[in-house]
Design a protein around this ligand. Structure first.
Ligand code: GDP
Ligand code: IMO
Ligand code: MG
Length: 427
């Protein structure tokens, strides 16, 4: 019963969507387990090019069942829009199921995400303003409304009435904005319930059945390890755990059932939003990476901050995820550079350190210590066999494997599904 977790190993946008789309061809079930529509997973395959926010990237594999797990917060309007778009493109969403335990994003979450960001002024977190933080806060405060509540209109009304009363007090008394209408929100969510109802299930049972049948199951992560609320650059993080451990909680299986954990790494680093990123390049090299790679957010269109591969981050990410292998993406972006840098430590207040500090102010002060390696300056996006990569590219990969401390299973050299080199088997 192999279960493979596909995990973002840096600050998100590593190419998880591409890797899941590729592996899903062999899988019977794919479960998205965290985040919400703050995620943007780009998939390029024979069906076309798609930017998925909530629907698992396994949806293009015709025999694969896709589940939006209990660990995801769902904006029903975004999900319906995404399903409609897939249907229009001939991608069936009849195999898509939603955990009845998944919390819903409500209109006040989106309003509050924006208002809270405004009130932070210069200290804004740079959230996607999709209501993610407020929705997860309500989940743990036990104020959430869940997908399963849409199936019982009386319960939905009762729940909404008490929560909305409280939220309207905050909207009007704290932020001085207009309250939301109970009737409008209720009737809107009743409509969502009618559309999504047939897809809402007790998905843990579906997962258990697939495991008992010994089928391949993928857990699709969102965001990346350094955005984890415990281990990331807190408070500049997201609000649910993107780690492999989050996969257990957000899909509904025990840790002993995960057989492989594949960390998805870009061959350099990017970050979108605020917060420290020690290898960020605010120069023409950073601009060149951004333009070559078209590093603009799938969800918000914001330019991504770009920099060299950070092996301190990579080692830390492995420590907190337990990677059995890595998928190294976007190698082709580095094709033009005569020299490449890899950050192997930080200088912090006059000392050299090799760990990632917990304190965000300390991370801000970290100066990268680089080792330099030769680039290959030749195109790689047409290559499918590892041995055919230029020597310098193989040396670069070998050095990353050594620094991350796990083998590379996959090397990606382009957006398309087939632009992938299978270096070592995952299973
Ligand atoms: P995710 O959030 O981890 O799924 O990643 P995103 O989709 O937000 O961002 C990754 C971007 O890199 C997408 O546009 C992918 O199509 C693209 N991509 C993935 N792998 C490669 C690669 O090997 N080369 C190139 N050039 N682009 C890639
Ligand atoms: P995928 O799955 C990159 C970032 C936001 C912001 C911080 C908090 O595509 O890799 P939030 O809206 O979650 O409260 O914002 O987290 N962020 C991401 N950055 N990729 C993502 O997802 C992200 N999801 C959230 O930019 O800095
Ligand atoms: Mg993304």
């Amino acid at each position: 019963m192999p279960v493979i977790a596909v995990i973002g190993a840096q600050w998100g946008d590593e190419g998880k969507g591409k890797v899941v789309d590729l592996l899903a061809q062999e899988a019977s079930l794919v479960v998205r387990f965290s985040g919400g529509d703050n995620a943007g997973h780009t998939v390029v395959n024979p069906c076309g090019k798609f930017g998925l926010h909530l629907v698992p990237s396994g949806i293009f594999s015709p025999h694969t069942v896709c589940i939006i797990g209990n660990g995801v917060v769902i904006n029903p309007s975004v999900l319906i829009g995404e399903m409609d778009q897939l249907d229009r493109c001939g991608v069936a969403t009849t195999r898509l199921f939603i955990s009845d335990r998944a919390n819903l994003i409500m209109p006040y979450h989106i309003l509050l995400d924006g208002l809270e960001e405004e009130s932070r002024g210069e200290k804004a977190l740079g959230t996607t303003r999709k209501g993610i933080g407020p929705a997860f806060a309500d989940k743990v405060a036990r104020l959430g409304i869940r997908a399963g509540d849409l199936l019982d209109k009386d319960m939905l009304l009762e729940r909404l009435r008490s929560v909305l009363d409280y939220k309207n007090t905050i909207l009007t008394k704290v932020y001085g904005v207009s309250p939301l209408s109970l009737d409008e929100v209720y009737s809107q969510y009743c409509q969502y319930g009618e559309r999504l109802g047939p897809h809402i299930r007790e998905t843990v049972i579906m997962l258990e059945e697939a495991l008992n049948r010994d089928e391949l199951v993928l857990l699709e992560g969102a965001q990346g390890a350094l955005l984890d609320p415990d281990f990331g650059t807190y408070p500049y993080t997201t609000s649910s755990s993107p780690l492999a451990g989050g996969g257990c909680l957000g899909a509904g299986l025990g840790p002993t059932r995960i057989n492989r954990v594949v960390g998805v790494f870009k061959s350099y680093c990017t970050r979108v939003g605020s917060g420290p990123m020690p290898t960020e390049l605010k120069d023409e090299t950073g601009d060149l990476i951004r333009e070559r790679a078209h590093e603009y957010g799938t969800t918000t269109g914001r330019p991504r901050r770009c920099g060299w591969f950070d092996a301190v981050v990579a080692r830390f990410s492995n420590q907190i995820n337990g990677f059995t292998g890595a998928a190294i993406t976007r190698l082709d972006i580095l094709d033009v550079f005569p020299r490449l840098k890899i950050c192997v430590g930080y200088k912090l207040d006059g000392r050299t350190i090799d760990y990632f500090p917990a304190n965000v102010a300390a991370v801000e002060r970290c100066q990268p210590v680089y080792e330099e390696v030769a680039g290959w300056q030749t195109p790689t996006s047409h290559i499918r066999e590892y041995e055919q990569l230029p020597l310098e590219a193989r040396q670069y990969i070998a050095r990353l494997e050594e620094l991350i401390s796990c083998p590379a299973n996959l090397i990606s050299v382009g957006q398309a599904r087939e632009q992938t080199i299978h270096k070592t088997p995952i299973l």
